[in-house]
Design a protein around this ligand. Sequence first.
Ligand code: CU
Length: 117
Amino acid sequence: MKSLFTTNSIAACALFGLASGTFTSVFAVETVKATVNGMVCAFCAQGIEKTLLKMPETKAVFVDLKRKVVAVEAKDGQMLDGKKITAEIKDAGYDVVKLETVSLTVEDIKTQMKAKK
Ligand SMILES: [Cu+2]
């Protein structure tokens, strides 16, 4: 098992993920929804998605270019750090104008956005 992981923290996260996967309903969904300025094309959206997916606590990312929305869903039982997410997005060259935590999954937000068309 040990040889599969490069660091202890990643191993701990992976193990926790496996363990919590069997009783997912125990934890409330935590998703950070950000309004981001500066995204102009699909590559911007893709870049932000990739950056945020690199965080060990990220389960899923959704980017809506037209509405300037970036949503990050935490893995079960894990916490998202709004400051860290803001820093990651800023480092990538974009501006976070609003940040809120919602009890929705990324899929829920996707559905909402589609419905609002
Ligand atoms: Cu772009």
